[in-house]
Design a protein around this ligand. Structure first.
Ligand code: FAD
Ligand code: SIN
Length: 532
């Protein structure tokens, strides 16, 4: 199969990019690949909303820029922060023009929410299901474009470069090029190749490398792992953001339900087992301090009290307003017997967002030619050591737009690479035992949660590294001899991503932002990215 533009991922980053190129070039072909259902993405689960300077009387670009820089703890690229904040408003307006509905006051003004680290109310939202509204809007717009083909249940295995043509490709090879991808078509169970002039990688995050995460099952870091295998540049992987308030439900693993930070923005208060509003002991911004600070404070309270959760108290809040803004959260809590007007909500931190990823420039270009990256799998320089809440949907739209601008100029002179060999499956046989995969996955999640979580130290990182070595060796052996499956490939990708997180964490000899190492308790003046 050949396609002019190939888009991997059907979240906000992939869909925005596809829509723009399709509208610009009605005669060119665009193919979107997604590994499960088309709307099963991190995007769909976004709750709080999208940050943007919409109220120019109260808010300003400078304030949003400053808040982003403060959260990023010295590692943001200031020029990129300015681009995202200033261009973001136009991107939000495009989304509204495509049909996205954001909540308004009775007098027609947008209701702007507040979240941790924001000095002003600037979060546009659609109740507490903002991401679902964005997916709906974008998928509807995509369906109207006759030159876009969206293929679901299609697992991308690897990007194709000169390596597949038989050339030696290393990290120092100057002009690595992307010619398309190999896929496992889950409908036919066949491995196929898709050649493309331009490939956009919008494959999302990696929360699934941890035992407890707000991310759905698709978030296994495939994009980062593929680019790393292809010898592309990856950076800042140690900065994994833990959301402070995932709903604690005994026995629930995999994907935890999020209690949006906007609840604290509307007045929700964190309390420990003794009922104490503990955040004032940790930061003057209390419950609305940046996420790294709140998550570490909760972690500390849980350790002091020997508990698995703290509480989010919403009992004093206006219950009518709570119902209006957070109907989904209220219904979820009620479904497990928690009436938010009478009961406090048990919450604990969960892996939520990967700040690092595939290194891109200001046009979304990766270090591999004709390969762009946008959204959570990319590292643009916006987030630095810690992402400001609700900045990621904005970042995805801004860089998908910039990638679109860059790629429309680039595609004019590009030709398909026609010499790509078929996938080589020689010597592989059907898997005998799934336990070899499922047990390794359990071990991986456990070691990442226990050794590479909110608080780290050198000994834990060292141990994590050693255990990952063994998992890597066993999984590579299995991969060499087994017919590929999504489960095996995801495990392999997650081991690679976990290795990148640990390696970057070991390289950073300081505590900064989301990376807190008790052997280096204070932020130093190192101030540079970890590039792998
Ligand atoms: P995704 O939306 O995750 O899409 C990834 C796509 O890649 C999927 O279609 C997937 O199938 C595909 N894919 C991955 N690997 C493969 C493969 N091997 N083969 C084929 N396809 C593949 N951010 C905010 O700014 N505001 C919020 O309020 C907010 N709330 C959040 C709440 C939750 C619960 C979560 C989990 C995240 C939240 N975030 C929020 C973060 C934000 O939602 C994500 O960072 C963003 O949606 C990522 O978009 P994306 O397009 O990069 O990736
Ligand atoms: C939330 O709604 O709390 C999540 C916001 C985000 O991750 O940006």
């Amino acid at each position: 199969m050949q396609t002019d533009f190939l888009v991997i991922g059907s979240g906000i980053a992939g869909l925005t990019y596809a829509l723009k190129v399709a509208q610009e070039f009605p005669d060119l072909s665009i193919t979107i690949l997604t590994k499960t259902q088309s709307d099963e993405t991190n995007t769909k689960y976004a709750q709080g909303g999208i940050a943007g300077v919409m109220d120019v009387e109260q808010d300003s670009f400078n304030k949003h820029i400053e808040d982003t820089l403060i959260a990023g703890d010295g590692l943001c690229n200031k020029a990129i922060v300015e681009i995202v904040v200033k261009e973001g408003v136009n991107r939000i307006e495009e989304l509204i023009a495509w049909g996205a509905q954001f909540d308004k006051d009775p007098d027609g003004d947008y209701q702007l929410g507040k979240e941790g680290g924001h000095s002003e109310s600037r979060i546009l939202h659609h109740k507490d299901v903002t991401g679902k509204e964005m997916e709906r809007t974008l998928l509807e717009a995509i369906r109207k474009c006759s030159n876009i083909k969206l293929i679901s249940h299609c697992f991308v295995l690897d990007i194709i470069t000169q390596h597949h043509l038989g050339y030696l490709v290393t990290k120092s090879t100057p002009d690595i090029e992307c010619y398309g991808v190999y896929i496992l078509n889950l409908a036919s169970n066949k491995i196929e190749k898709i050649t493309a002039k331009i490939t956009m990688l919008a494959a999302g995050g990696n929360g699934q490398i941890y035992r407890t995460t707000t991310n759905p099952a698709i978030a296994t870091g495939d994009g980062v792992a593929m680019v790393y295998r292809a010898k592309g540049r990856i950076e800042n992987m140690e900065f994994i953001q833990f959301h402070p308030t995932a709903l604690f439900e005994a026995g629930v693993r995999g994907q935890s339900f999020l209690i949006t930070e906007a609840v604290r923005g509307d007045g929700g208060i964190l309390r420990n087992q003794n009922g104490e509003a503990f955040m004032e002991r940790y930061d003057h911004r209390k419950d609305l301090a940046p996420r790294d600070i709140v998550a570490r404070a909760i972690d500390n309270e849980m350790k002091i009290n020997g508990t698995e959760y703290v509480y989010l108290d919403c009992r004093h809040m206006d219950q009518h307003k709570f119902h209006e803004h957070f109907p989904n959260i209220q219904a979820k809590c009620m479904s497990i017997g928690i009436d938010v007007s009478r009961d406090m909500i048990p919450v604990s931190p969960a892996a939520h967002y990967s700040c690092g990823g595939i290194k891109t420039d200001e046009w979304g270009r990766t270090s591999i030619k004709h390969l762009y990256a946008s959204g959570e799998c990319a590292s643009t320089g916006l987030h630095g050591a810690n992402r400001l809440a609700s900045n990621s949907l904005l970042e995805a739209m801004v860089f998908s737009h910039r990638s679109f601008l860059s790629s429309i100029a680039e595609i004019v002179n590009l030709k398909f690479q026609n010499d790509i060999p078929d996938w080589n499956a020689a010597g592989t046989t059907a898997p005998q035992e799934m336990i070899l995969i499922t047990q390794s996955l359990k071990e991986l999640k456990l070691l990442m949660s226990d050794y590479v979580g909110i608080v780290r130290n050198n000994e834990r990182l060292h141990r994590a590294n050693k255990r990952l070595d063994l998992l890597h060796e066993e999984t590579e052996t299995l991969y060499q001899r087994t017919v590929v499956s999504p489960q095996l490939c995801e495990l392999r990708n997650m081991i690679t991503v976990a290795y990148l997180v640990v390696k970057s964490a070991e390289l950073r000899k300081e505590s900064r932002g989301l990376h807190f190492n008790t052997d280096y308790p204070k932020a130093s003046d190192i101030l540079q990215s970890t590039i792998l």
